[in-house]
Design a binder for this molecule. Structure first.
Ligand code: TYD
Ligand code: MG
Length: 460
């Protein structure tokens, strides 16, 4: 016999409460609590499905010495493509639960289907709650890879999915998406916090008990968090995020959590007519080749995770047309831009308070590395004074509140990347010179410690 119970869940963060409350004590959001009915099942009446073939009378685990634990039986599953391999930390770990998040239309289903099609020696079950079998077939034809080991299942009930899993016994399961699935053990509608959490928990148990890796696609809300909840993020082993501007072709794949690898890694893809293609030389693509140097453009040697990358920062400064000056930024934090403008005004005496300032990072990517500061500031001044920066110059330094040029991490890698791409000069912080063997580089290294020094070196 089962008894029913209802609880209120915050739709924003997944917090739970016995009664309705207006203001969530956990995330601070207002009016986010929704009643969800949960059917409490008796202990043994569920989820025997995927264990039924194996020994169900599993005894309690016993402790073992760490040194005796062997890894030979758990080799990672090699995935096609360097980018995904790197972001996953070297392949798929058996029994891992991976959450793959991103905004609608960014290309999550495409990337997962591509993975399923390319893993030819593995039996894969692609569960879709969003698209029909025909739609998936059309997409597969568009991608242009054929395989005979990928099963498609259009189903949203987890119990039915487990039934199919028991029949097919796949070696990898892909769920598109977790928000469309529902379990009969919870009464609320698909996509609600309790459904999402319960479905994910079922697949977590499945992954761990059968050692089958599971990829779950999850949609992201407007605010940028995974819809239905943060609760998923700590349940899963790995959280991958697919980012980018839908209007641009570049997509960035990042691991924001990874129990089996480094979270600094990043992969870049390009969305083409025939699916996603890996970008192995991002720097060459993200910089525009111009005939003549234009004002307002500066190249920055940044790090995306462990990968050096040269990107183009563009600035446009013009007189404010409507009294209040506008500041707008694409691909860069607006608050940090305001801070840099204040530093320019206060420490260097540039009157930008009456100007509109627009910033854009070329290629539609988003940069968080503070090493981009100096390039940005130089691009702003270049536009303001209408003096172009030579195309052979790039920058790698942070700007502090006092106008000092601060050092950045992994300076050697940044300099090497700039040198590789044929730049002749790179501006860095003089604090970065310590321990740097300048003889290793052919590129001219200009070390500066104050913003004024950088400007006089650049514009004379
Ligand atoms: P999709 O994988 O459906 O996004 P998500 O699952 O994250 O919602 O991809 C959607 C977009 O990708 C769609 O607008 C069309 C585009 N696209 C291409 O440009 N080329 C392709 O080969 C494919 C399959 C999709
Ligand atoms: Mg999709």
């Amino acid at each position: 016999m089962s008894k029913t119970k209802s609880t209120y869940f915050c739709q924003n963060c997944g917090a739970q409460s016995g009664k309705w409350i207006g203001n969530c004590p956990s995330c601070g959001e207002w009016n986010t609590y929704v009643e969800e009915v949960i059917k409490k099942e008796t202990k043994n009446d569920r989820l025997q499905l995927f264990t039924s073939k194996k020994d169900t009378k599993k005894t309690a685990n016993t402790s073992v010495l760490l040194q005796d634990v062997g890894l030979q039986d758990f080799p990672r599953i090699a995935v096609p493509g360097k980018e995904l391999t790197r972001v996953l930390g070297g392949g798929i770990v058996p029994g891992s639960l991976v959450l793959f998040g991103g905004e609608p239309g960014i290309g999550k289903s495409t990337l997962m289907l591509q993975l399923a099609l390319r893993l030819k020696n593995l039996k894969i079950l692609y569960v879709s709650g969003e698209e029909s079998e025909q739609q998936i077939k059309m997409r597969a034809e568009r991608i242009g890879i054929t395989t005979d080991t990928c099963f498609i299942l259009q189903e949203t009930n987890t119990q039915n999915i487990f039934q199919q899993i028991a029949v097919i016994e796949p070696q990898l399961v892909i769920l598109d998406s977790i928000q469309t699935l529902y379990t009969s053990y919870v009464d609320s509608s698909p996509g609600s916090v309790s459904q999402v959490r319960e479905c994910a928990a079922e697949f977590l148990r499945f992954a761990k008990e059968t050692n089958t890796p599971v990829f779950m696609i999850g949609h992201i809300t407007k605010e940028g968090s995974l819809a239905g909840p943060k609760v998923l993020e700590h349940m899963v082993d790995t959280v991958l995020q697919f980012e980018g501007d839908r209007n641009h072709i570049y997509r960035l794949l990042r691991a924001t959590k990874n129990r089996f690898g480094n979270t600094n890694e990043m992969g870049i893809y390009e969305m083409n007519g025939d699916g996603l293609r890996e970008v192995t030389n991002p720097s060459e693509i993200l910089i525009t080749n111009r005939e003549n140097a234009t004002s307002g453009v500066a190249i920055s040697a940044t790090m995306e995770g462990n990968r050096p990358m040269l990107i183009e920062t563009q600035a446009l400064v013009s007189s404010a047309a409507y009294g209040t000056p506008q500041r707008s930024s694409t691909g860069f934090d607006l608050r940090r831009l305001n801070m840099l403008l204040a530093v320019l005004e206060k420490r260097c005496g540039f009157k930008l308070g009456i100007k509109d300032v627009f910033i854009n990072i070329a290629g539609g990517i988003r940069v968080e590395d503070p090493g981009i500061d100096l390039a940005l500031v130089c691009a702003i001044l270049s536009s303001n004074e209408d003096l172009p920066i030579p195309q052979t110059v790039c920058f790698a330094a942070e700007v502090g509140l006092t106008g000092e040029i601060r050092p950045v991490n992994r300076i050697e890698q940044r300099i090497s990347e700039a040198q590789k791409l044929g730049f002749e000069k790179i501006f860095i912080s003089s604090f970065n010179l310590k321990g740097l063997n300048q003889k290793n580089f052919k590129i001219g290294i200009i070390a500066v410690s104050k913003m004024e020094e950088a400007f006089s070196q650049l514009f004379g």
